[in-house]
Design a protein around this ligand. Sequence first.
Ligand code: WTA
Length: 638
Amino acid sequence: MAPTKKAEKPAEIKAIYNPPEHIIKNATVREYDKLYRRSIEDREGFWAEQAELLDWYQKWDQVLDDSQAPFYRWFTGAKTNIIQNAIDRHLKTARRNKLAIIWEGEPGDTRTFSYHALNREVSKLANVLLNMGVKRGEIVTIYMPQIPELAFAMLACAKIGAAHSVVYGGFSVEALAGRITDAQSRVLITADGGYRRGRATKLKEIANEAMQRAATIEVCITVKRTGEEVYMENDRDFWYHDLMSMPIAGHKCETVPMDSEEMLFILYTSGTTGQPKGLVHTHGGYAVYTATTHRMVFDIKEEDRWWCAADPGWITGHSYIVYAPLINGATVIMYEGAPNHPYPNRWWQMVEKYGINILYTSPTAIRGLMRFGRAWPDRHDLSSLRLLGTVGETINPEAWRWYHEVIGRGNCPIMDTWWQTETGGFMITPLPITALKPGSVTFPFFGIEIGVVDEQGQEVATGADGNLVIKAPWPGMARTIHGDPDRFLETYWKDYKKQGWYKAGDAARIDEDGYVWIIGRTDDVIKVAGYRLGSAEVESALASHEAVTEAAAIGLPHEIKGHAIHAFVILRAGLSGSSQLESELKEHVGREMGPIAKPESIEFVDMLPKTRSGKIMRRVLKARALGEDEGDLTTLEE
Ligand code: WTA
């Protein structure tokens, strides 16, 4: 069943879905209002209590240091390492022999790792990295398919105090080269390829090209996944399995005690300008925040099998495939490939085969699977599922109901979690005990104070759209933009400087019952199939083609992907547009940035609407494409 053309407006949905009795009875958190009030009145007390649940080499002197706001610091004076909580502490308990990771490749091969085995793999790789001269604080770039080694690589960096920068395996040459250069990475960890829809992707080939453009890489470690022939350069390229079988890999490696505020990773994400920003997250606060949100929102039980079907290359995978579930000692399911390969029942087969209890995915994946009809999930026993989750964009009511009825058999509450790369973890989200409205992200998490305000910072009327702001710091927040603190201030903290609020870049609405609804981005960020892309990045990829003088890219609604990219291109004088050139340009963007950034359509134009200062008015292009009112045109050049 495809979504109907005349979609209901999410924020007008009135139906309330109450959670089933057994969920309420067994929930970790049984009451919201009182604990929420407490968490706001005594924010530091609340977070200190959560932090007490983790191990620390040395406790903090101060929960929150706001002396250099908005460069907030959490748990200052404390010594920890996220690995101490994600691996080391489990080795001292019965969890040692519990499965940490159950992985399945797209071709159907499987591998499993207990916490003991995970520790062994991570320790060996950590030793290898130490032997390659990797130092505390240096940034290692990771560019991999979704295989267990991707998690090992992240964890091994953390263990020795190096920071990782994971570049999504769907990105391509220019995107990878730009991120390597910005991070000044000396070491790259990659793979020959991975499987996607039955085909082997060519990661090493892309990595080789990127290393030519980005000169900083001295060492490249390659995991053999597909076995396809790849070019390896002497003295630079090493096979992962060769290094791991050498005596230097050892089996034991000490976890390095870090200051709470030392960098754990950077993760690049798209913003308004062409250059993606590397958001910085740190060991202490991030561990506390992701573990707490995961435990409370998804009600994690000791015996649970947790499946976050995102890619580790994005924040969702960092926080909720790798770090939070491992800190909580859960069993994590990882799957390499496409949801519909070889058949559209692949995911439902996984749920049945492994007895998965919680599934967390995106609206675009749900819509994509819904298209194939309910006969596919109906063939499988999905009764192990207890809770469902969604993230990435607003879920339309049709997809919500399908997820709820067909996948959850009307029995599994859906946790629609709003958050961002910048926030580290869930910010506005239901709990299992929350009465749900399809399409609403419901209420702020504990310790999170939000507002929906106008440009001046006045709360807008109930039911009206405004800018979503966060009014007080939280432990999981990004600390800065790597190498560019001014941009951090400019992007998030300038507009509400007087109030000291964080501006999320989303429009939102709060209804008469206090439910929060996310309307969408207010900047030039486009969410394509839940992936975050910047108009400016797509435009510069287009402009790097010799036929193009100038380009503009906008996002327009798309049935499955939520939004798709549409581009407008001015060609070099003397050239004229053709369908052949259109496909060539699409391919070019795919090659430079990655397949997800390929425009859906390209229109050749003579002129682009611009402000007098020369900025492209994408909102005008968008309004025209949608046949809507173009709004205020007084700043238009002509
Ligand atoms: C959007 C993803 C509606 C939003 C974790 C946000 C959502 C951006 C939701 C961040 C949701 C995320 N409902 N919109 N449940 N979750 N978004 O950094 O526009 O890739 O600002 O982080 O995704 O995207 P990012």
